[in-house]
Design a protein around this ligand. Sequence first.
Ligand code: ZN
Length: 373
Amino acid sequence: MIERLGAITALDAPSGDAEALAAPAALLVSWLEELGARVSVAATTAGPLIDAELGAGAGRPGAAGVESPALILCHYDTVWPTGTASARPFAVREGIATGPGVLDMRGGILACLGAVAALDELGVARAPVRMLLTPDEETGSEASRGAIAAAAGDAALALVPEPALPGGGLKTSRKGWLLVRLTARGVAAHAGLEPERGASAVDELLAALAAVEALRDPERGTTVNVGLLRAPNPANVVADLAEATVDVRVADGEAEERVRTALAALRGRDPRAALEVEELHSRPPLVRTEASAAAAARARRLARSLGLGELGEGHAGGVSDANLAALGGAPVLDGLGPVGGGAHAEDEWVDLDSLVERTALIALLLTTDVEKE
Ligand SMILES: [Zn+2]
């Protein structure tokens, strides 16, 4: 596994760069085929999307099958541009591996592949597994979201090997995310000679932003952050264009609905001006349901049986593809990847002991029936 972690980390995998992603995709496909998977690769605008059917495995002769199909949801892109793999090559020292993407989420991918390989080599009955490896998670999963939601709809359980919480805990809830652009269009005029002929796009935008900021409800987890303001006219011209990008985070579907309704109701004040609200990206909140709590409890029991101690569970502020898997309705366990640190940072590292532990845990999660417990 360490050798393979080194091999994949030696390849650059910048999100959405179809040309650069071809090499890591080909390597992953070869590993999946070695496991006996039926692999199809879709050429999306963001790069190759890998969809692997791993069937139900060999199983021990006479062993009862595990029927609940499991989805393993991975992304193989990293936040790092081409050239990073050679500038900051993979290294192992004292049980710690470093290099671009070792934690997010190459270690997690290796743990999942290792779990399936181990079970099949041992002839242990396991769930039918479908593994999806996407090329654009780090930039919003626009090209993959349909495939993710559809695959999650067919699964009884979705496993996502994003990095664990500090200390190894699973992530059973994540906030939802809305990234919107507000564009105000007005009428340009000379700010000194005849300002009354103008309708200021900046004034319209500021009023709209005040309304958007009023949606903040930190106690319920709704946060609003305004970034990237743009109004290109000089100050002596009544602006005919102004825009802002707004990042909204919500804890549950009700808050998401409230925000969407309010955004849809935004209107310009001056009849000569127009206000446009455009959704750039969104991911629904990953809510801890009864089913996902039960799946987490099962993972805790299995971790205990492996001697891994008490497996924690918690909330993550950021989004992942687990948010999209939640659309499918199956319970989602995220944060199943190994323990490490420095995701999206130059000092990214992964603990190799934990890589083995997570492999064992993922393997056990695939050997018992979700629905029969
Ligand atoms: Zn990730």
